[in-house]
Design a protein around this ligand. Structure first.
Ligand code: FAD
Length: 391
């Protein structure tokens, strides 16, 4: 009999407390039973499975790292492990949760007032209210740090927002979107909680994506969109504050990439053990074993890297360049692993039902969002050389 598939080769789980391991297993079995059976169908339809929201609420892992406001106050390490478990079963649902729990709740948690946190975080933790995060624009993707063209202008106790935001995950159905805009008066980037019913706020679904098809991405148009001063995030006063949110969420994306790679690896390994050619399992061929070992080596390197990344985060020592290095390394290796997983499965590797093709496609979006490989590399490059290649 073949040995059981073990994609935690260096036994990183052994570093977790019994309680944390139990949570990991609870999340894993939830995803296997409640999410896995749905994803290929919804992925193909380019739709979000709203029926999972009550189930996700029950699982109770949204906003896992935040203190108070109904959140668990858990470790960044466990938050990462949860993100990887989601990524292992479906990168789209992992992204949905990453936007809700990381980008949207994180912006309010890090940059919001007490009133705003009390109003939104408990409801978002419960998934009663859904959030989105609007930073990227149609003409400004990588250059958001200095180049945002969406503007805000104060008018008494209100603000008026104008511009467009592209690719905004969850925004087609979210109750609120965090909008980042440049203040026409002081030229600084400010953040706003924009409610879907705000006058001047419109969203159009981005159709026919070939990756993360379950994630609903929108093109937002703000036309003299009026937002009260009470919905401005008071601690978001320059792009540095936006970057603090991105630092946390990029660490989350690195973990998600580990999960995506793991899902593809496990499915591919299982396939090679069962599939026979020339009268033998293809897993018995040297060249196939070489592919599998390369995948496992990369996966193991990723797992150990993100483990230490989260230790830094939990010790409050995480820097932008740490998160960026992890995002670059893990998404690059993920891309390699999903492609090898496809390769060892031959033709079946491109069929959705064999559960690797979806990872292959989804990896392309994960590779590019939350800062491309180039942009995150330049963040690391700046920190090690002292030269900024952005300007
Ligand atoms: P561009 O900035 O046009 O870049 C094109 C290429 O040029 C890239 O390879 C890039 O690395 C390279 N490049 C650019 N500048 C440099 C440079 N100085 N040096 C070297 N190379 C450079 N954004 C949000 O705000 N909210 C979301 O919820 C969200 N969700 C997303 C979901 C998906 C599925 C996708 C695909 C994107 C999402 N994004 C979201 C946007 C995402 O963050 C951007 O796509 C990403 O930042 C890259 O921007 P861009 O696509 O405009 O590419």
């Amino acid at each position: 009999d073949p040995p059981p598939i073990n994609a935690d080769f260096y036994d990183i789980s052994a570093k977790l407390s019994e309680e944390d391991r139990a949570l990991q297993m609870k999340v894993r079995s939830f995803l296997e039973t409640e999410i896995k059976p749905l994803v290929n169908k919804y992925w193909l339809r380019d739709e979000f499975p709203f029926e999972i929201i009550p189930k996700l609420r029950e699982l109770n892992v949204c906003g896992y790292v935040y203190e108070g406001y109904g959140c668990a106050g858990g470790s960044s390490l466990m938050d990462g492990i949860i993100a990887a478990e989601f990524g292992r079963v479906d990168p789209s649902i992992a992204t949905f949760l990453g936007v809700q729990s990381g980008l949207a709740m994180g912006s309010i948690y890090m940059c919001g007032s007490e009133e705003q946190k009390n109003e939104w975080l408990p409801q978002m933790q419960q998934l009663n209210k859904i959030g989105a995060f609007g930073l990227t624009e149609p003409l400004v993707g990588s250059a958001t740090a200095g180049g945002l063209t969406t503007t805000c202008k104060r008018d008494g106790d209100k603000w008026v927002l104008n511009g467009q935001k592209k690719w905004i995950g969850n925004s087609t159905f979210s109750d609120i979107t965090i909008i980042w805009a440049r203040d026409l008066d002081d030229q600084q980037v400010k953040g706003f909680i924009v409610r879907k019913e705000n006058p001047g706020f419109a969203v159009e679904k981005i159709k026919d994506k070939m990756a993360l098809r379950i994630v609903q991405n929108g093109l937002i148009t703000l036309t003299d969109c009026v937002v009260p001063e009470s919905d401005r995030l008071p601690y978001a006063n320059s792009f540095k504050d936006t970057a603090k949110v991105l630092q946390m969420t990029r660490a989350g994306v690195a973990w998600m990439a580990v999960g995506c790679a793991r899902g593809a690896y496990e499915n591919a390994l299982d396939y090679t053990i069962k599939r026979e050619q020339f009268g033998k399992p293809i897993a018995s061929f040297q060249l196939i074993q070489n592919h599998l070992v390369e995948m496992l080596s990369n996966l193991t390197a990723m797992q150990t890297l993100v483990f230490r990344l989260s230790e830094l985060q939990d010790d409050d020592k995480l820097k932008d360049e740490h998160a960026s290095l992890a995002k670059v390394f893990c998404t690059l290796r993920m891309r390699d692993i999903v492609s090898k997983a496809r390769e060892v499965m031959g033709g079946n590797g491109i069929l959705l039902e064999y559960n690797v093709a979806r990872f292959l496609a989804d990896a392309e979006a994960i590779y590019s969002y939350e800062g491309t490989k180039e942009i995150n590399s330049l963040i690391v490059g700046r920190s090690i050389t002292g030269f900024s290649a952005f300007v």
